[in-house]
Design a protein around this ligand. Structure first.
Ligand code: NAD
Length: 352
């Protein structure tokens, strides 16, 4: 056994109703004029937070976009200077948190984030930014939010068609953490528990949106999965999702949900032990098949074809992804990527 592990210096608060502590936590960070960022559809929620923090609210900025386009960040930076913001409060999913991180990268302002999806970005020092259809991912300590407030009550407002794929997105982090070359026993234990918790909670919250226990479990699973993502490198699954998402502006979580069974099948033999752990967490014999069943239940689209991609589009993505592949248990070749993408395009049960 051999590994290097760095723990992330973060304060994490988890409780139903914990959003009420946002003002106090901003004070702890020394923030007096927060830029409150979110996506356009959540402008009302951000305005409620601004009322909650009163004088500490500098400006409400509901301009975040998926895949963090750099031109959107430039506009946000102008707003930061015009109100002389001294901190960022982000509410929402990975898109709102992405904008917060992109600002922090360029200004070093402290970040307090209140995640409502299961994407897990709040736990990572990672940012993927898009420019001219290419998504470039980087790591920096400046990106890691100082404080995270998880409030299952707030997250339970998420519509099922967003919550389902988002939970699959979180499971994808944990599956890839199980076979990461730079993994370690602590991360693997958390990853397995994250898969167990998310896969157990997902059917419950889809069946009954009022099941607060299910929301609480899913958000806790997302925290665990996000913390795995922050500690280890990513494999073929994330590489393909980043490439396709950046090139074709696809819904991030839906893409993860559709791709995950096929990425897992791609690595089924090369990462046999990791797949056994994933299967155990899913309560199944075969992880790719169990992930496929979960995807059918949780996601609104079930294939890349249904997401509107053509075979020609996939070839272009394979060309780009094969140029600079992430570390992966099974060696990545262009032909292998085409095979994986073709299976995800057709959408049948994944074969190994
Ligand atoms: P998202 O942030 O776009 O949110 C998904 C949907 O949830 C949106 O329609 C949004 O309006 C809605 N929503 C947000 N807050 C809500 C609320 N309070 N109530 C109801 N609905 C609400 O999507 P996402 O999947 O969470 O994040 C995707 C983005 O995050 C991508 O850009 C991806 O690259 C990035 N990401 C980054 C990391 C990382 O570590 N850097 C990890 C995961 C995802």
């Amino acid at each position: 056994m051999e590994f290097v592990y760095e723990a992330s210096p973060q304060r994490v608060i988890f409780a139903a109703g914990a959003r009420a502590r946002v003002g106090e936590e901003l004070g702890r960070l020394g923030v007096e004029r927060a830029m409150v960022v979110t996506t356009p559809s959540q402008a009302d929620v951000a305005a409620q937070f601004a009322r909650l923090i009163g004088e500490r609210a500098g400006i409400v900025y509901p301009g975040a976009q998926m895949h963090t386009p750099t031109n959107v960040t430039e506009a946000a930076l102008t707003a930061v200077s015009s109100v002389k913001a001294d901190g960022i409060l982000a509410i929402g999913g990975g898109s709102a948190i992405g904008m917060s991180k992109a600002i922090a990268l360029r200004t070093d302002l402290p970040q307090l984030v209140v995640p409502v999806t299961f994407a897990g970005s709040e736990m990572t020092p990672i940012l993927g930014e898009t420019e001219r259809g290419e998504k470039v991912t980087q790591r920096s300590p400046k990106l890691l939010p100082e404080t995270v407030i998880y409030d299952p009550e707030l997250a339970s407002g998420l519509p099922p068609h967003v919550a389902g794929p988002s939970a699959m997105n979180a499971i994808a982090h944990a599956v890839e953490a199980l076979y990461a070359r730079d993994g370690n026993p602590l991360v693997s234990a958390i990853a397995e528990e994250a898969i167990r918790t998310l896969a157990g909670a997902l059917p419950r919250l889809l069946a009954d949106r009022a099941d607060m226990g299910a929301w609480s479990d899913a958000l806790c699973g997302a925290w665990m999965a996000g913390s795995c993502l922050s500690s280890v490198g990513l494999g073929v699954h994330h590489k393909l999702c980043h490439t396709l998402g950046g090139m074709y502006d696809l819904n991030h979580a839906e893409l993860h949900a559709v791709m995950l069974p096929y990425s897992a099948a791609f690595n089924r033999e090369a990462a046999a032990q990791a797949m056994r752990r994933a299967a155990r967490a899913l309560g199944a014999d075969d992880a790719p098949s169990a992930l496929y069943e979960l995807m059918l239940a949780a996601a609104p689209t079930h294939s890349l074809k249904e997401m509107g991609l053509t075979r020609a589009a996939l070839e272009k993505a394979a060309d780009l992804a094969a140029k600079d592949p992430y570390d992966n248990p099974r060696p990545v070749t262009r032909d292998g990527l085409i095979e994986l993408l073709a299976a995800a395009h057709d959408g049948g049960r994944p074969h190994g």
